[in-house]
Write a protein that binds this ligand. Structure first.
Ligand code: ADP
Ligand code: MG
Length: 693
């Protein structure tokens, strides 16, 4: 990486401005690519202007006036041999008034719009010229910038760097030859200074080969970085755990169901990883209700049988408690102690759990992020399982991993040295293929791609909220006949207090309106024991109708609940809706999810989302649509916090390049370490690190 100070002509002031944009090196400046381009290579006659076009004209000022009605504005009229054009400025400096005095020749660039007096441009860029000022020879790049840093200053700096001879190819000949794309140097040059004969549209939609080349390079850097990281971690040591001989069979015998083929497949993948002396780094994906918990439990047993402890972390207390209950019910009959740890335990309970974990008596510890606080000491942690992994930040997962890294010794060998626990991450938010190939390239991925048999798909209804009364009655009738229902209150992003109030009001109303029903309320602000009591009562069918905020979104499993109403569904994200809907349809009864939406408040995107959720129950399809609507940033959640996103490549548009980059990355890592580091050098100056965990 070369510091900007190496470039003569970039002043310290300019340098510090560039640094504000995150540009700290020559390489980063080179890769600071334009957002769009202006065609200032031509001058259009005023007579030939067309509405809506971005065009450059040149003429002499014939009128300059500041008017005050209806508001203060500067009106300038410019004339060429063919006509007159009005320029209007609503914000302007005195210096602009004097720069555009009558008689002055100007070159003006802007969008042509209809105005009071014929065509006009509002806030065009304009500069003084003389008769013989040449037009630009290249399309004009427009860069992402920050306050105080002008386009021309960035252009100047880029220009200096482009003259500098550091644009060499990082790909070795064989890799470059098979690429059939322009080389790096000409691609970068072209994108910064495209010649006027290039179709603007191919630059703007990034289909131009030069853009494609850089998108490819960026994807390749991401692949290299993540795969390298993956390989490094694969070199650290972990306990090699042979396949279970007794415990797993013992558990499966007691289950009222058999594992599906998809569950068996992922169990085998995990079991194989655990048997290796290197840490497993596996992401287990499966749609809501696909049965990930039992898979995690089977993995846990493989370790427990060999005397290693397992930690299982869930993002909410409700979910952690539910896991604890389920796992304890499965494991206690096998003589295994399960401990439970959350932030809301009292001191005595907590100390008891801590000592069970520290002594190694508890072979499995289930909990929230309370699991990785400092005073939690495992005797011999061999596997950490993270449920709903996207809910956790990078730091939290790292902390849990470190729990097992405390300078343990390999059993039997007596050689000191640290070993790491295996790691299994689970996610019910399916990750589209392109995302898992890119941002998750540092993990192995297992997918449970079928649901347990006997589930009837949830019927989804979209109903405008002017029919709320009717729906209330319907929920009442269903509950009176023995069904159980969730009533999910609207998400109110601006105010948690308001959201709470809405939930309270709804609850109060329903209690009063439905005296024969047992109505419950659960929300995020409740104390845990309260929440637990409510969920237990709902599980035991002592509550018929559960009014809830979105806290029930993840994981909650009450098979008898078969009806869900979601208010203001148009405000919720796709994966949130999918998760919520996944709370019903878990038992044998036919389930329905009613999405109430407000006709007035439904945005274009809201409408798009409702259509997707109405038409599909397939998590992968929904995730793909979500990626399309929101882009990868939102979908990745906190996974990438602090880790840069792709800037040039677009996973949807450039999916074909991703495939190519993946293959080349593997080959490069095997064949040409020097090329790998050269490529990473160039691109990592842009993106410090692709992987933090
Ligand atoms: P998720 O993948 O959403 O975490 P769970 O692990 O909570 O799903 O499983 C959902 C429900 O399906 C649970 O009640 C679980 O006991 C049940 N289940 C899991 N596997 C099977 C199976 N193979 N056959 C029938 N039911 C199953
Ligand atoms: Mg789950």
């Amino acid at each position: 990486m070369r510091p900007l100070s190496e470039i003569k002509g970039v002043s310290p002031a300019l340098r510090s401005q560039l640094e504000k944009l995150g540009i700290h090196s020559v390489e980063a400046l080179l890769l600071h690519l334009p957002l769009r381009y202006l065609d200032e290579t031509r001058i259009t006659a005023i007579r030939d202007l067309r509405l809506g076009e971005q065009t450059q004209i040149e003429g002499v000022v014939v009128h300059n006036e500041v008017s005050y009605k209806p508001r203060k504005m500067l009106n300038v009229r410019v004339q060429d041999d063919t006509g007159v054009l009005n320029l209007r400025f609503l914000h302007f400096y005195p210096s602009q008034v004097s720069a555009m005095q009558p008689g002055q020749r100007l070159r003006v660039f802007g969008e042509v719009r209809p105005g009071f007096f014929g065509y006009e441009m509002v806030h065009p860029t304009q500069r003084k010229v003389s008769d013989d000022t040449p037009v630009s020879q290249a399309l004009t790049p427009v860069y992402p910038t920050t306050a105080g840093l002008s386009q021309s200053a960035i252009r100047k700096a880029v220009n200096l760097v482009l003259q500098d001879q550091h644009l060499g190819e990082t790909l070795p000949g064989w890799a470059y030859a098979s690429l059939l794309m322009p080389d790096f140097a000409s691609s970068v040059r072209l994108l910064h200074q495209p010649s006027p004969d290039i179709a603007l549209s191919t630059l703007e939609d990034h289909s131009h080969p030069a853009w494609q080349r850089l998108a490819y390079d960026e994807l390749l850097a991401q692949q290299l970085s993540m795969r390298q990281h993956y390989a490094r971690r694969k070199q650290s040591r972990a306990p090699a755990i042979p396949a279970s001989k007794t415990l797993v069979a013992g558990l499966l015998k007691t289950l009222p169901f058999a594992l599906t083929a998809a569950q068996q497949k992922v169990v085998a993948e995990i079991s194989h990883d655990l048997a290796l002396p290197h840490p497993m780094q596996r992401l287990l994906q499966g749609d809501v209700g696909s049965g990930k918990t039992i898979v995690a439990c089977v993995a846990a047993l493989q370790l427990i049988e060999q005397g290693w402890q397992v930690a299982m972390m869930a993002p909410t207390e409700i979910l952690a408690e539910q896991h604890f209950k389920k796992l304890a019910a499965w494991l206690q009959p096998l003589g295994i102690t399960v401990a439970w740890l959350t932030g809301s335990q009292n001191k005595k309970e907590r100390e008891q759990s801590l000592s069970l974990i520290a002594s190694g008596e508890a072979m499995l510890a289930v909990g929230t992020h309370a699991l990785f606080q400092d005073d939690v000491q495992f005797k011999r942690l061999g596997l950490s399982i993270v449920d709903e992994q996207h809910r956790f930040g990078v730091g939290q997962r790292l902390a849990l991993r470190k729990k097992g890294t405390l300078a343990q010794e390999m059993p039997g060998k007596g050689t000191p040295g640290s070993i790491e626990p295996h790691q299994l991450m689970m996610s019910a938010t399916p990750i589209p293929r392109t995302l898992s190939m890119s941002y998750y390239a540092d993990l192995d991925v297992s997918v449970i791609d079928e649901l347990p048999p006997g589930r009837t798909p949830v019927a989804t209804r979209l109903i405008a909220d002017d029919r709320r009364e009717e729906i209330l009655q319907r929920v009442h009738d269903a509950c009176a006949q023995g069904q159980q229902a969730y009533w999910v209150c609207p998400l109110i992003e601006e105010s948690e207090a308001l959201q709470l109030q809405t939930a309270n009001d709804t609850y109060a109303y329903m209690q009063q309106a439905f005296p024969k029903l047992k109505v419950g309320l659960v929300h995020g602000r409740m104390k845990t024991p309260e929440k637990q009591a409510i969920m237990q009562a709902f599980s035991a069918n002592k509550i018929h109708l559960l009014v809830a905020t979105t806290v029930i979104e993840v994981g909650v499993d009450v098979p008898n609940a078969s009806l869900m109403v979601i208010e203001h569904a148009e405000r919720m994200g796709l994966s949130q809706l999918h998760q919520l809907r996944g709370r019903v349809g878990r038992g044998a009864a036919k389930s329905t999810c009613i999405l109430l939406y407000s006709k007035q408040q439904c945005s274009q995107i809201g409408r798009q989302r409702l259509k997707v959720i109405y038409e599909s129950t397939d998590g992968f399809e929904i995730a793909q649509a979500d990626l399309h609507i929101r882009g990868p940033g939102e979908l990745l959640g906190t996974r990438q916090s602090g880790v840069p996103m792709l800037k040039i490549a677009d996973l949807e548009r450039d999916a074909h390049l991703l495939q190519l980059a993946k293959i080349t990355a593997d080959q490069l890592l095997q064949r040409d370490p020097a090329a790998v580091s050269a490529h990473l050098q160039r691109w990592l100056s842009q993106a410090e690190e692709w992987v933090k965990v």
